[in-house]
Design a protein around this ligand. Structure first.
Ligand SMILES: [Zn+2]
Length: 308
C-alpha cells in the first residue's frame, strides 16, 4: 500500500449496519412496513434492476415474497432490507457481477451484503445439530433452532490472493491459470486459495503458492481486502517475494503457472497485449497486479517471531 486505502468493488457499503438496533428483532420488524423502507429484491440470487441500475422497491409494491426479509442497515434514517421472490416475471433480474460494472461502488457494497446474507439463509434452513427447521432472528443476524435452541450465524470464507515476485529479478512475477472452464483461455491471475482451519493468513499464502506452483515464499506484505459475495468470500490480498524459482505445478488445480515480466504484465493490465488476459478492475487481483507494475511490492526482509 502507498498510504492510500483502496476501496474495491463490493466494498464501501454506506449503510449503518444498525449497531443499536440489530440486536432487537422487534425494532427491526417495526421498520419493515415503513413507507420509507427500501427493499432490494432478489430472484435466484440475481437482483432486481431497471435499465441496469438497482430497482429499490417499497413495502407496498413488493412482489409475492419467499422467506424472511433480511435487515441490512440504515442510511439517513431510511431502513434497507433484502427480500426474495419466486416470481421471475416481476421485472429484470441481473447477475450481481454485472450490476457492479454498471453501478457506483457504494451500491455494490449493499448488493454484496444482501447477496451473501440471502445465500447463507437459503443454505441453512435446518439445524446442523438436530435437523429441525430453524427460524431467522434479529432481521437475519442469526438462525435459531426451536427444538434444541442452537444458534448459527452468517459466515464468511477467507481467501488469500497474492502476487509473488521473483527473488533475484524483481521485474518478474508469478501468475497462474486455473484448470476448469478457463484452462484453454489465455486468462492468467494472481494465485489464490481458501484459508484452512487453524491456519494464519501468512501460512495460507505460503501453502497455497507452494501447492499451486512449487515455489517457496519468503516475505509478505498485506495490500487490501475485498468482499466477494459468490457466495461469501473475503479476498485478502498480499504482495510477496519468493525464495525459490523453480515451478512445479499441481496439475489437478492449475493449467499453467509462469514468471511474467513487468513489461508484459503492464501492457496486458492496460489491455494493450492480447496474448494474455488479466483480471479487470472489479477484482482485487487487478489492483494487486497493477500496483506491483507501478511501484513494485517494496518488500522489506522480515524475521519470523514466535509469540508465546
Ligand atoms: Zn436443533
Amino acid at each position: 500500500m502507498t498510504g492510500k486505502e483502496l476501496v474495491h468493488a463490493f466494498a464501501g457499503n454506506p449503510l449503518d449496519r444498525g449497531t443499536s438496533i440489530r440486536h432487537s428483532g422487534e425494532k427491526i420488524d417495526a421498520m419493515k412496513e415503513l413507507p420509507s423502507a427500501r427493499y432490494l429484491v432478489f430472484h435466484d440470487l440475481k437482483v432486481l434492476t431497471r435499465e441496469g441500475a438497482i430497482d429499490y422497491v417499497d413495502y407496498s409494491s413488493l412482489p409475492k415474497l419467499r422467506g424472511d426479509q433480511i435487515f441490512l442497515g440504515t442510511l439517513k434514517n431510511v431502513p434497507y432490507f433484502a427480500a426474495q421472490t419466486d416470481d421471475a416475471d416481476v421485472g429484470e433480474f441481473t447477475d450481481c457481477r454485472q450490476v457492479v460494472r454498471q453501478e457506483n461502488l457504494s451500491q455494490s457494497g449493499i448488493v454484496a451484503q444482501a447477496r451473501s446474507m440471502l445465500a447463507w439463509h437459503r443454505k441453512n434452513p435446518f439445524c446442523s445439530r438436530c435437523g429441525s427447521e430453524t427460524t431467522l432472528e434479529r432481521g437475519g443476524q442469526l438462525r435459531r433452532c426451536p427444538a434444541c435452541n442452537a444458534t448459527t450465524h452468517p459466515r464468511i470464507d477467507p481467501v488469500v490472493i497474492m502476487l509473488i515476485e521473483h527473488p533475484d529479478d524483481q521485474n518478474l512475477c508469478l501468475l497462474g491459470k486455473s484448470q476448469g472452464r478457463m484452462a484453454n483461455s489465455n486468462f492468467y491471475s494472481a494465485l489464490a486459495g481458501f484459508v484452512d482451519q487453524g491456519e494464519s493468513l501468512e501460512e495460507a499464502v505460503r501453502r497455497e503458492v507452494l501447492e499451486e506452483s512449487g515455489v517457496f515464499v519468503d516475505v509478505l506484505k498485506y495490500h487490501s481486502s475485498q468482499p466477494w459475495p459468490f457466495p461469501s468470500s473475503l479476498m485478502i490480498g498480499f504482495h510477496g517475494r519468493a525464495r525459490s524459482t523453480e515451478i512445479s505445478i499441481d496439475e489437478k488445480e492449475m493449467a499453467d503457472v509462469r514468471w511474467f515480466s513487468k513489461e508484459k504484465v503492464s501492457s496486458a493490465i492496460n489491455g494493450q497485449d492480447p496474448s494474455i488476459m488479466l483480471p479487470g478492475p472489479g477484482a482485487i487481483a487487478h489492483h494487486l497486479i497493477k500496483s506491483w507494475t507501478e511501484n513494485s511490492a517494496s518488500l522489506e526482509s522480515q524475521k519470523k517471531v514466535k509469540v508465546s
